[in-house]
Design a protein around this ligand. Sequence first.
Ligand SMILES: [Zn+2]
Length: 279
Amino acid sequence: MAVLSRLIWRRAASARSFCTKSDRQLLSSPLSSALPANDSTGKGRNVQWVFLGCPGVGKGTYAARLSKLLGVPHIATGDLVRHELSSSGPLSSQLAEIVNQGRLISDEIIIDLLSKRLEEAQAKGQTGFILDGFPRTVRQAEILEDVTDIDLVINLKLREEALIAKCLGRRTCSECGGNYNVACIDIKGEDGNPRMYMPPLPPPPQCESKLITRSDDNEEVVKERLRVYNEQSRPVEDFYRLRGRLLEFDLPGGIPESWTKLLHVLNLDDHEHKRTAAA
Ligand SMILES: [Zn+2]
């Protein structure tokens, strides 16, 4: 409860100035209320978005790019857990035990880590966020809804055959930790689906001989991961769909193509141009 009251306090303190419910009712699509208020004047807050998408779809990449573009923290729960594990924070030993035993980390712990991260952001004067990997369950979505407004939920989707090929092509450099992908995905267009081409992301020459594959990136495990994800995430998608907050986004191909299309769908093409011009 302490965690929740902290979050509720946070909401009261910072989250209400952007757009009232009655303003929202006048707006027709989730997107029209989801874009940042005119933050250059210091009024209001920035976006509060969530990224959904199965493992391997690349949501971390797009969430990171968007958070940079919009100037909001990119909060990935996986990073929060890793960060806590590597620290001497109050939760680290409890977390280590859970992870070592292969148990699932409880909603309470995830929410505690998340609220801590949001408080840190707030202390630095940051508003808004892009959440990546949270909420994962309807219960988490309900808790989140109780404490703050989510403007938009972007559900990233990729055709399953492309997704599996992408997961199987993942490689990490054992020396520098760089992430690469050796898969060259070229799926012929059929049944109304356009051709999909995703070029590999090859390592630089110095990493080539040091690439390793994660042991759980094999076809059986990847398929099982997708099955579990789909089963768990459908109710979360429905939760936001019912509230008119879900934006379905089919990735058309590799990063350059997908990024351009995503910005367009989010009405952010101008945002990027202005930013590039100002840089
Ligand atoms: Zn390397």
